[in-house]
Design a protein. Structure first.
Lengths: 153, 487
């Protein structure tokens, strides 16, 4: 009598092929999710740090004697202290704000610090600009930071 | 006959299941897409630096008086005619709006350029009209900007500044013309509120009279506003004296030392006494040393040009100067350490370092203008001080009490700063000899301006500090229960 239990070779091959397709598809999804996690995690960390930098700068400028300001490249001398943009941290007076290193390290690039005044009779006719970008191989695109403070010069 | 194969599904069953699965997949896809959009928006909308930069534009519009009247009149609380846009373009990427008078000074364009703005709109209080407009293609708004505007809350009918930045981020802040100086809420009510121009300092306003409406609440404590400075900061004084009465600076007989520790009696150890005749805190005989009346130490004391000095004269007009001590006065130390640490982070964040006048003032019934000049000769930059003798005198509604600084005659004070207790001021008395640098102006319980040695007392103390100029006040300030609140 013939044994009708089991699968035919064709059925096995078809099932195996289908399974592999699904597994590969799922694997791609998992990889993509992992990249999204790293990207979003980094992005959240960097944006949080940028928020801290903006708030710290705002409080710093309000408290400093900004009658004498000179900015160039990645440094601003404000009164008796200064602001410096490093490769992965920003120093504002005696406070150092470091960019995140988890889940992956990031780098600060394109630092721009400048100041100037416009000769008009205005209460806030001078400005200080602090700008940089944060980038990493694990970020979809670089995250810019641009802050401007106006004051009476 | 062949047996029929009953395995498998009917076509109808297959179609039904397929339709069901497809529907679920489509719904999931839509939700996922919304998730991705919201995820991106959370990073691009209202970043902290974006809000700060937009605030710089707001400061410019408010403080420069550049046709802000035009902006305000055009939109605030005004019903829009048909086809009238519920917004004005402040900056469109090529320059600030000339028709609003924003072009020409160069300052608006500079702020917009350095702030990395792509577009700035000033929008009316009617958020519903704005959102309706954002549903259709608009030459003034990009699609991304319209998507941002659609997220504004319709219930918040406030004038707004809306900005699009070159890096693809967006920000919006409330723009309220009535925010132009918290001062504006005072000036309009000056006559019944006790606010006056400072007669000796242009641009400064002081509160004067029996009980002006200058109450302000900081956390749970009531303070009073002494003045609104020309730089926009608010000078405030604690309404009630501190629980601890203090000496101004320890002397030979004091029981506490210059940092508040225990000091042995009958010794100058732990005080700022110096046996060197070249020093400001020199005194003879040593047993009569009654503290030193200089508020701050060498280099922290500033001259009229706000430069740190190491020595100052002890006799007005005398060219000889004497070396300042290396420590601050005890009361300075106490206020900027012990008292400051009792304040909450919320209050501390509102305090700004400010120049206080600490110049010694002569005690010879001179005109108030002369007192003011002497007081301004020396300064200190710090956080917590006391009221100056000038503050006290200027606050008196009675003209007679403001004519001279120190008078042996009586004066019917109508002065809200009079607290019916003996309390210290920040103002030293100018020595009349080379050995008496210890007198400090204080206020008697009857409101008379007196002077006594720095180690006398202890007397009541009411801390004074400056609040930042960007605070916004609500309330009427008429009494403790209706004190101004910072919001």
């Amino acid at each position: 009598m013939k044994n009708n239990k089991g699968f035919t070779v064709v059925e096995l091959l078809a099932a195996f092929t289908l399974t592999m397709v699904i597994v590969v598809f799922l694997f791609e999804i998992v990889l993509e999710l992992k990249n999204v996690y790293v990207d979003s995690s980094l992005k959240t960390s960097v944006i949080s740090k940028n928020s801290v930098v903006a708030t710290t700068l705002n409080n710093y400028f309000k408290r400093q004697d900004i009658s004498s300001v000179s900015c160039f490249s990645n440094t601003c001398n404000v009164g008796s202290s200064n602001i410096t943009i490093g490769s992965n941290d920003i120093t504002i007076g005696d406070q150092v704000i470091s960019m995140p290193t988890e889940p992956k390290p990031v780098e600060i690039s394109k630092p721009i610090m400048e100041n100037g005044c416009v000769s008009v009779s205005s209460k806030y006719n001078c400005y200080i600009k602090v700008s940089y970008s944060v980038d990493s191989d694990y970020l979809e695109k670089e995250i810019p930071f641009n802050y401007i403070y106006t004051y009476s010069g | 006959m062949k047996k029929m194969n009953n395995k498998g599904f009917l076509l109808v069953e297959t179609l039904i299941v397929a339709t069901f699965v497809l529907t679920v997949l489509v719904l999931l896809y839509i939700q996922f897409k919304n998730l991705v959009v919201n995820y991106n928006n959370s990073y691009n909308y209202n970043t902290v630096e974006g809000i700060y930069n937009l605030n710089a534009v707001k400061k410019y519009l408010i403080e420069n008086d550049v046709d802000t009247e035009k902006l305000y009149q055009k939109l605030a609380n005004k019903k829009l005619a048909n086809n009238e846009k519920p917004y004005l373009v402040i900056y469109d990427g090529s320059g600030c709006n000339k028709s609003l008078g924003l072009y020409g000074t160069g300052l608006c364009d500079k702020i917009a350029e350095k702030g990395n703005f792509k577009k700035i709109l000033y929008a009316s209080a009617d958020a519903t009209s704005l959102k309706e407009l954002a549903k259709t293609t608009n030459s003034d708004m990009s699609e991304d900007m319209r998507n941002f505007i659609k997220l504004l809350k319709s219930s918040e009918n406030v004038n707004r500044l809306i900005a699009e930045y070159n890096d693809g981020t967006f920000a919006t802040i409330v723009y309220d013309r009535s925010e132009k100086y918290s001062l504006s809420s005072f000036i309009g009510r000056a006559e019944d509120c006790g606010l006056y121009d400072d007669p000796l300092e242009k641009g400064r306003h002081i509160f004067r009279g029996d009980d002006p409406c200058n109450y302000i609440k900081l956390d749970k404590d009531i303070y009073r506003i002494i003045s609104i400075e020309s730089d926009g900061t608010f000078k405030v004084i604690k309404n009630e004296p501190l629980a601890d009465k203090l000496i101004w600076d320890p002397g030979y007989s004091s029981t506490i030392n210059k940092t508040g520790g225990i000091k042995a009696n009958n010794t100058t150890s732990g005080t700022r006494y110096s046996s060197n005749t070249a020093d400001y805190c020199y005194h003879t005989p040593m047993e009569n040393y009654s503290g030193c009346n200089v508020w701050s130490k060498s280099n922290s004391t500033l001259n009229a040009s706000k430069n740190g000095i190491q020595a100052m004269p002890r006799v007005l007009g005398n060219a000889t100067t004497y070396n300042l001590p290396s420590d601050d006065s005890y009361i300075n130390y106490y206020l900027n350490n012990k008292f400051l640490n009792t304040l909450s982070e919320n209050v501390k964040s509102k305090i700004t370092e400010h120049i206080f006048e600490v110049g010694p003032i002569k005690r010879n019934n001179q005109l108030l203008s002369e007192d003011a000049l002497q007081s301004a000769n020396y300064k200190w930059l710090g956080q917590i001080g006391l009221m100056s003798a000038l503050d006290y005198v200027k606050a008196d509604l009675n003209d007679t009490c403001r004519t001279v600084f120190y008078s042996s005659g009586s004066c019917e004070h109508r002065n809200w700063l009079k607290k019916n207790v003996y309390e210290w001021t920040m103002s030293p008395v100018f020595p009349t000899s080379t050995t008496s640098g210890d007198f400090v102006w204080n206020i008697s319980s009857s409101g008379q301006l007196l002077y006594s040695a720095a180690s006398n007392g202890p007397l009541s103390v009411r801390p004074v500090f400056y609040l930042t100029s960007d605070i916004k006040l609500s309330g009427t300030g008429t009494n403790k229960d209706n004190a101004y609140i910072i919001y």
